[in-house]
Design a protein around this ligand. Structure first.
Ligand SMILES: *Cc1c(COP(=O)(O)O)cnc(C)c1O
Length: 397
């Protein structure tokens, strides 16, 4: 080792052991070095007993996985590069040609797009069910059904489903299947609850997926997803598909989520309180015909939410009077100063976006007026309310 090029790579210096900091270390690797050939041949990757290759995990990703599993009350966690890739990972892990998938009509839109696109092309069919009606789910489960997606609250329109009722329907369907038959698996998009509003596993749900992009990160600057399970077999199935697909998250992104995670509970509580206040106020404003938020008594599924959840996240939607045109509603959004136009939520900045619900649902949408969804950030409630007030004032002048 006399040449400088070699010395720079194989330098003998090792920092002393015992460095202890508040933040977990950020480990990064494609290659992981084995101490000998025996270890290279025998080290397992599937049970986290060691390290084999960057794609199979580092101390940093293992740490985040353990913490997310803890938050959600699960035992195992797999990380994916985005929330959406966690959705499609669950689909690919459990669905085979000839299977049928059931999705709530009010599910996160790209979940439905994947079913319409790739899954349909691969011979996997899907149907939409009314998440507010467990009997509709019961009627749609067939011998072909393999996976049922759940989402609480529903995407954009925030209906809160009877999760125990929906899980009971699946349990009854499974009870009728024979010993060797494949069972129906329930998977929840738990991004809204974030493991804080309720415990998915105590409700009997098999798989909990989350967009870590939202609450755990909290910074609007990183994309990541997670799939948490309590059952070891289900976890292994997800992990094998994850490995074969080559999904990876970067050490730097993992660090950002670990950093955000320590303040997640506090952020959730503050944004929840701000959102309830703004939703209740918005309901009293002229030009607004209905506000959708699970804490409001006339919002769909309010009784389910009151029974099963303790938090209500940071989203509410306003349906405007039918007399107001889309152009007027768009102008209202453009007038907002604190609320910026953009996708996502649970970040520091408040956001809004207009939606055409009738165009994205199969079930009939009961409202005539346009809808705007608001994601409340960490700004002061008083400032957010004045912002909404000045933008609403423009609707009537
Ligand atoms: C944002 C979101 C996702 C997808 O997360 P990305 O990280 O943006 O891919 C999935 N489900 C819900 C409910 C979401 O809000």
């Amino acid at each position: 080792m006399s040449e400088l090029s070699t010395q720079l790579i194989h330098h003998p210096y090792r920092p002393p052991e015992g460095f202890d900091a508040v933040a977990p270390a950020v480990h990064k690797a494609s290659t992981v070095i084995f101490p000998n050939v025996h270890a290279l041949r025998t080290q397992e990757w599937i049970d986290k007993s060691g390290y084999t290759y960057g794609l199979h995990g580092t101390p940093t990703t293992y740490t985040l996985e353990e913490r997310i599993a803890t938050v959600e009350g699960g035992r195992y966690c797999v990380l994916a590069p985005s929330g959406l890739s966690a959705v499609t990972l669950v689909d690919m892990a459990f669905l085979r040609q000839g299977d049928e998938l059931l999705i709530p009509d009010n599910a996160y839109g790209p979940n439905k797009s994947f079913a319409n696109g790739e899954l349909a092309a691969w011979g996997i069919s899907h149907r939409y069910y009314d998440a507010q009606d467990p009997e509709d789910l019961a009627a749609k489960i067939s011998g072909k059904t393999r996976l049922v997606w759940l989402e609480a609250a529903g995407s954009i329109t925030l209906e809160y489903p009877d999760l125990p009722g929906l899980v009971a329907v699946v349990r009854d369907a499974n009870a009728q299947r024979g010993e060797g038959d494949r069972k129906v698996i329930t998977a929840l998009d738990n991004t809204w609850g974030a493991g804080i509003a309720f415990n998915a596993f105590d409700l009997g749900i098999d798989v909990s997926m989350q967009a870590l992009t939202k609450y755990p990160s909290g910074g609007a600057d990183v994309l990541m997803g997670s799939v948490v399970t309590r059952d070891e077999q289900l976890h292994k199935q997800v992990l094998l598909t994850h490995m074969r697909l080559g999904l990876n998250v970067s050490g730097n992104d993992t660090e950002l989520v670990l950093r955000g995670l320590s303040s997640m509970l506090l952020r959730y509580q503050v944004q929840d309180a701000s959102t309830r206040a703004l939703a209740a106020w918005m309901q009293t404003q002229p030009g607004v015909s209905k506000v959708l938020h699970p804490s409001l008594p006339d919002s769909p599924g309010h009784a389910n939410w009151k029974r099963d959840a303790t938090g209500a996240a940071c989203l509410f939607s306003a349906v405007f009077d039918a007399a107001l045109s889309q152009t007027q509603i768009d102008a209202f959004c453009d007038r907002l100063q604190c609320f910026k136009l953009g996708w996502s939520w649970a970040g520091p900045i408040s956001l809004c976006a207009p939606y055409n619900i009738a165009g994205i649902r199969t079930q009939e949408w009961p409202h005539k007026g346009g809808l705007v969804r608001f994601a409340v950030g960490l700004e002061s409630v008083a400032d957010l309310q004045s912002d909404l007030a000045q933008a609403l004032a423009g609707l009537t002048t």
